[in-house]
Design a protein around this ligand. Structure first.
Ligand code: ADP
Length: 492
């Protein structure tokens, strides 16, 4: 990797951002970041652990208790958020390329994300001035009662690697809008854009200590942050297994938690649907970002008379998706993020074969030059499955879709809901009454009718059941960063 390819990758060690300063880890240890498309070394990153998390939490506490941030006028915080959005727009190419290099996502995808994320910052900028309490009317004589909203305090956030900038901005924006402070622990597979975004926050005028970024491993830095007694709220996006550890770690001080965990989302296609729209959408729902999306539509329920043909059409559409290095603007699907993820995904596909599934398309790691240098898995369509198979039950987090025929709407709903998860669900039909029925019957935080994976800064997104608790985007996201205080005044 030459330094000219990205200004941030200049050969220097990428350090931790604590209290507005770039610091070495206390241990002096570092870890490597490599491009999953080529294996090239991108950067060496300071490896934070519990001692660095302690320093960062102390800085965030100082910034919250005695810094200017929580005392700033809403209009001042709004201006900083708007400046941050403008800076992000201006640096769109830098951020998009950094995520593409770091975790493989195609450049068109990462560029598109930057635009949406600038919108998230602007939405939160607006909300910074719209936060309010209520006046109330208790049935007690001579009393006036009102609520005020106050920032919850020092927040911690632990994020995954599948959308590093995305997750960073989603954690930072409501923290800034509400006057909280933050310690962010990026994923060890993708720490670069979170660090660059930390620099952008300083450039936008966010005071030192408000946003701290401490890369490191989950079992050390992550666990220390999750258990920290001086963190008031934790927000975690990642696997269900790690989510359970975060819940346990929160018990020490009963910190507030928001969890955005895994999914095994159903996408239900009826024979009366606009199939010309449903076929590409079903493929993209499952394969976008090489399937490394929590809300990927991985259980594709198709009404039986069209199931076989629909599976073939999805496979045909997928075969035309261009796989390659994410830097190429023609690329539709990049590599998986790491060797670990590749063996995990390949393991699920092999397991499905062993359980009797039919591989309609894909199914084997791409090999030979140039594929061997990276972790490329083609979109894989599986059929002849039953709901009990592991690949149908568990989150694969790779480009793998299970086609599952059904006979009635009731059966589709029952099977779609028969999962511990409940993040997203899709319904494709021209029957409006059926669309409404299923929209209500599906147990998921988002149900998309004749569309899939829609996102907007104003519309909440989150999980039912084991997909987590709390909502991101929209006003509910801000509420999670606020305490409600009731004030009583004797008036006579
Ligand atoms: P994956 O296995 O796909 O990496 P994880 O849920 O383990 O998914 O990782 C998401 C984030 O959680 C990463 O930032 C990771 O470092 C962090 N993490 C992993 N284990 C722990 C843990 N025990 N405590 C806190 N954070 C953790």
């Amino acid at each position: 990797m030459s330094s000219t390819e990205h200004p941030f990758l200049d050969g220097t060690v990428k350090r931790l951002l604590i209290d507005g300063q770039w610091c070495e880890a206390r241990t002096g240890r570092t870890f490597e970041s490599r491009n999953p498309a080529t294996g090239d070394l991108l950067a060496t990153i300071a490896e934070g652990d519990a001692a660095d998390i302690d320093r960062a939490v102390a800085a965030a506490r100082r910034a919250f208790e005695s810094g200017p941030w929580p005392r700033m006028l809403p209009a001042e915080r709004q201006n900083i958020l708007l400046r941050l959005a403008d800076l992000l727009d201006a640096r769109c190419e830098d951020f998009a390329l950094l995520d593409t290099l770091d975790m493989g996502s195609p450049i068109r995808h990462t560029q598109g994300s930057v635009g949406l994320l600038a919108g998230v910052l602007r939405y939160n900028a607006g909300m910074a001035r719209a936060l309010h309490g209520e006046t109330l009317h208790p049935s007690v004589p001579d009393m006036f009662a009102a609520t005020v909203k106050e920032p919850v305090g020092v927040c911690g956030a632990i994020i995954p690697w599948n959308g590093p900038l995305w997750a960073t901005v989603l954690k930072v924006a409501p923290v800034l809008a509400t006057g909280c402070t933050l310690v962010l622990k990026p994923a060890e597979d993708a720490s670069l854009s979170p660090l660059l975004f930390g620099a952008l926050c300083l450039e936008a005028g966010v005071p030192p200590g408000v946003i701290n970024v401490v890369p490191g491993h989950g079992a050390t830095a992550g666990a220390a942050l999750a258990a920290h007694l001086d963190v008031d709220k934790m927000s975690f996006t990642g696997s269900e297994v790690t989510g359970r550890k975060i819940v346990q770690a929160s018990a020490g001080n009963l910190k507030r938690l928001s969890l955005e965990l895994g999914g095994k989302s159903p996408n239900i296609v009826f024979a009366d649907a606009d199939l010309d729209a449903a076929v590409p959408a079903a493929a993209i729902a499952a394969f976008a970002n090489s399937g490394q999306v929590c809300s990927a539509g991985t259980r594709l329920f198709v009404e039986r008379p069209i199931a076989e043909a629909f599976a073939a059409e999805v496979a045909r559409f997928a075969a035309n998706l261009r796989i390659g290095d994410g830097r190429d603007p023609e690329t539709d699907l990049g590599p998986l993020v790491s060797a670990r993820q590749m063996s995990r995904v390949a393991g699920y596909i092999d397991g499905a074969r062993a359980e009797g599934a039919r591989v309609v398309s894909g199914g084997c790691r791409m090999s030979g030059a140039p594929w061997d240098a990276g972790y490329f898995m083609p979109p894989t369509v599986l059929a002849d499955l039953c709901d009990e198979m592991q690949v149908v039950r568990e989150e694969v987090f790779g480009p793998v879709v299970s086609v599952l025929p059904f006979d009635t709407a009731e059966e589709a709903v029952r099977r779609a809901n028969a999962t511990p998860f409940g993040l997203g669900a899709g319904v494709w039909t021209r029957d409006l009454a059926r669309a409404h029925r299923l929209g209500r019957a599906l147990r998921a935080g988002s149900v998309w009718v004749n569309c899939y994976n829609m996102i907007d800064p104003a519309v909440p997104s989150g999980g039912y059941k084991a997909s987590g608790y709390g909502r991101e985007y929209g006003t509910l996201h801000l509420e999670e960063h606020l305490q409600v205080k009731s004030l009583w005044f004797r008036t006579a």
